[in-house]
Ligand binder design. Structure first.
Ligand code: GRG
Length: 297
């Protein structure tokens, strides 16, 4: 067993990259440009935080790593689809993603739309065509959980709330509601699907893991807002940074940077406390938690 977190993370990131590379359609298959765009949107970038959470949760339930790889890839495909659609002119209208032109800039809007749709379908195809859990009921539940996390009661619903909130003042509970859905639901699915690949957890353990996943989903977003605010301030100066923050409510625009940092630390402690009763196998989840909180990008 690899004990060092960085080695472990690198090996899991490489594993997911190889798997996705093999499972994404080749660029010489018709329709070539759509397949090229799918590969462009998924491969060669991204921290692979959600797969790391799936692998870490899989270690908790002693899951077979091959099974977890498929589940983690499905979650990452949904994440990649959400980024492609989020960047479209009708949403955030971004031109850069992971330091490269966004999918609709590199190809065109119609191709970007179809790329997101096709990545989403491929995610569910992977979950349906591989044996991932000890019983068919558990596997069906994994498919249901990913569908719910991505849909109107999860990520897409959170995105709708986000779009409707531009220019408005949100209360802290409203901001939390938005992020529990927009970012948190998929992060929670990454944790739970990884765990479901292994031996079943009892109800108490599942509740603890669910609580862990909810805290870490929110913490991820709080840190994302802090990093965004720091980058904006560094690039544009303090005043311009504040103007930029005002356009969309964020944890930093509502709480200020130091209270946002305190909130991230509180969520980190809550997340780790939820792991206390889950034993030594939760070590990887603790390490991924620290990685999420301490990341610099
Ligand atoms: C379009 C249905 C639909 C949903 C979009 C999750 C989401 C909803 C949009 C993503 C936009 C965004 C930048 C949200 C902030 C938090 C977040 C998800 C950041 C990107 O995730 P990382 O940091 O990205 O894991 P990498 O590039 O590392 O994979």
């Amino acid at each position: 067993m690899i004990t060092d977190f960085q080695d472990w993370a690198r090996s899991r990131q490489a594993r997911i990259e190889t798997f996705l590379d093999r499972r994404l359609p080749a660029t010489d298959c018709v329709p070539e440009s759509l397949h090229d765009a799918m590969r462009y949107a998924v491969l060669g970038g991204g921290k692979r935080v959600r797969p790391l959470l799936s692998f870490a949760a899989g270690e908790l339930s002693m899951a077979d790593v091959e099974r977890v790889t498929v589940a983690a890839a499905a979650v990452e495909l949904i994440h990649a689809y959400s980024l492609v659609h989020d960047d479209l002119p009708c949403m955030d209208d971004d031109v850069l993603r992971r330091g490269k032109p966004t999918c609709h800039v590199k190809y065109n809007e119609a191709t970007a739309l179809l790329t997101g749709d096709s990545l989403q379908s491929l995610a569910f195809q992977l979950l349906a065509e591989n044996c991932l859990a000890d019983t068919p009921q558990i596997q069906l539940d994994m498919i249901r959980q990913l569908a719910q996390a991505s849909g109107s009661r999860g990520m897409a619903g959170g995105q709708a709330f986000d779009l409707a909130s531009v220019g408005k003042t949100l209360s802290l509970p409203e901001l939390e509601y938005m992020h529990i859905h927009k970012t948190g639901a998929l992060i929670r699915a990454a944790v739970m699907l990884g765990a479901y690949c292994g031996s079943s957890l009892n109800d108490v353990q599942q509740d603890k893991l669910n609580h862990y996943a909810k805290c870490i989903g929110l913490a991820f977003q709080v840190v994302d807002d802090i990093l965004d605010a720091e980058a904006t301030t560094a690039t544009l100066g303090k005043t311009a940074g504040k103007d930029a923050e005002n356009k969309k409510p964020t944890y930093v625009s509502i709480l200020g940077i130091s209270q946002a940092r305190e909130l991230a630390e509180r969520l980190q402690s809550d997340a780790c406390r939820a792991l206390d009763s889950l034993g030594e196998r939760a070590i990887r989840l603790r390490q991924v938690t620290d990685f999420i909180i301490e990341r610099k990008f």
